[in-house]
Design a protein around this ligand. Structure first.
Ligand SMILES: Cc1cc2nc3c(=O)[nH]c(=O)nc-3n(C[C@H](O)[C@H](O)[C@H](O)COP(=O)(O)OP(=O)(O)OC[C@H]3O[C@@H](n4cnc5c(N)ncnc54)[C@H](O)[C@@H]3O)c2cc1C
Length: 395
């Protein structure tokens, strides 16, 4: 059985690796001319680090283990904190703070040479009567496969073919972010620490944490109008962004001003937030979707990369454990994931309104133990941590 994966992001690479490790024949088609390693810092929760270790991806010297998560008001008053060591230990896997690009690089390096074919922009896919599907590319070529996985991000060509009316919507919020060496001062200590700080205000949020190697990830979230770029990773517009960020965040905790003093315009990247309606069935016949193609989730939830890895894990097991009929396996995968993804997308939608978040934090700070809440979120979003075992659709 031959599987074609469209898109070599975290989701597509992880699915390919899981399938290849189980003996499947896999080709990955990526529109870029190399792996796209841009992006911000991401938090890999214990489900994601467990999946990476099952895939044979070494995470020992990667990023920084997260020990503490602090939620603060914009002036730096600590509202609540979570002991992430306790949460991670409960599952036997670290929570890691890493650059997105590092995850892409590690997954790419674990694949056999030649698995990813670059410079192949997929334009569509159609099932064929004799079985499987034909994937078309912008250069006019076509490839036949028994199973096709759309892992081509939130503007997925495969999703457009499968569900023409269901596109990702911008939420009206963006992240201005970067990964930079910290300037001397309090941020240096933070870059050495294992703490994630998230400051909440009326306008948006400011997040800062280490991603290892002495580097600091920082991100400001605020209101934003739809982009002109077409890939969801719009470059910073030509108008200077730092004065805008200073106006919004300059009087927050001094850490925010210290970041803005330390970076220049080239360090600032803009990432608009998009959200899908999470459909009940993601694919049809020999086709399915995964990762952002199936369910774009704004970074506020800290779940995009994690949910793509969860998809990859369930999908690769569905297609290879017990050698079920591939189409039943794909529908079984979708059914196994949809409930958990909907939960994550629902809370991301709610979190997109930062006033809600601030109010909620004020209300729960004494009433709800944060570790318990974090356990519930980490476990509730993960098939891996729940010991999911695959059953094909209908069984
Ligand atoms: C360059 C880049 C930077 C990012 N930065 C951030 C960030 O700062 N913050 C954040 O929260 N999330 C970011 N993301 C999204 C984040 O990586 C995902 O939410 C998450 O990792 C799930 O990944 P995915 O594999 O589903 O999709 P993606 O990471 O989007 O990967 C999709 C892949 O498919 C390829 N592709 C797209 N269309 C086609 C096509 N038609 N034919 C062939 N290949 C195609 C893309 O080039 C890309 O390599 C970024 C994604 C990319 C690609």
């Amino acid at each position: 059985m031959k599987t074609v994966v469209v898109g070599a992001g975290i989701g597509g690479l992880a699915a390919a690796l899981g399938l290849i490790r189980s003996g499947a024949q896999v080709e990955v088609y990526e529109r870029g001319d190399r792996l796209r390693t841009g992006g911000n810092g991401v938090i890999l929760w214990p489900g994601a680090t467990g999946i990476l270790s099952e895939l044979g991806v070494d995470t020992k010297e990667f990023g920084k283990p997260m020990h503490r998560g602090e939620l603060l008001t914009q002036d730096g008053t600590l509202l609540v904190w979570t002991d992430m060591r306790q949460v991670s230990e409960a599952y036997g896997h670290d929570t890691l703070l890493v650059p997105r690009g590092g995850v892409v690089e590690r997954l790419g390096a674990a694949l056999p040479e030649g698995t990813v074919r670059f410079g192949r922009h997929c334009t569509g896919v159609r099932p064929v009567a004799s079985g499987g599907a034909l994937v078309s590319f912008a250069d006019g070529s076509e490839v036949h496969a028994d199973v096709v996985i759309g892992a081509d991000g939130f503007r997925s060509a495969l999703r457009r073919t499968l569900h023409p009316g269901s596109v990702a919507r911008y939420t009206g919020v963006a992240t201005w972010h970067g990964i930079t060496p910290p300037p001397p001062g309090p941020l240096t200590a933070l870059a050495d620490s294992h703490t994630v700080r998230t400051y909440f205000g009326r306008l948006g949020i400011f997040v800062v944490h280490s991603v290892g190697d002495g580097l600091l990830h920082w991100a400001f979230e605020g209101p934003w109008r739809p982009p002109t770029a077409d890939d969801g990773t719009a470059e910073a517009p030509r108008t200077p962004q730092i004065p805008l960020l200073r106006r919004w965040f300059g009087d927050w905790d001094p850490a925010a001003a210290a970041v803005l003093d330390a970076v220049d315009e080239d360090d600032v990247h803009v990432f608009p937030h998009a959200l899908h309606d999470v459909l009940r069935q993601w694919g049809r016949g020999p086709l399915t979707l995964m990762g952002d193609a199936a369910h774009a989730i704004p970074p506020r939830a800290g779940m995009g990369a994690n949910q793509a890895l969860e998809d990859a894990w369930v999908l690769s097991h569905a297609l290879t454990d017990g050698r079920h009929d591939p189409e039943a396996a794909l529908r079984g995968y979708e059914a196994a994931r949809v409930r958990r993804v909907r939960r994550v997308a629902g809370s991301a939608r709610w979190m997109s309104r930062s006033n809600n978040m601030l109010l909620m934090l004020r209300l729960i700070r004494r009433a709800v133990p944060m570790n318990k809440l974090t356990h519930a979120n980490v476990r509730g979003s993960s098939n891996y941590l729940n010991g999911h075992r695959f059953t094909p659709a209908g069984s």
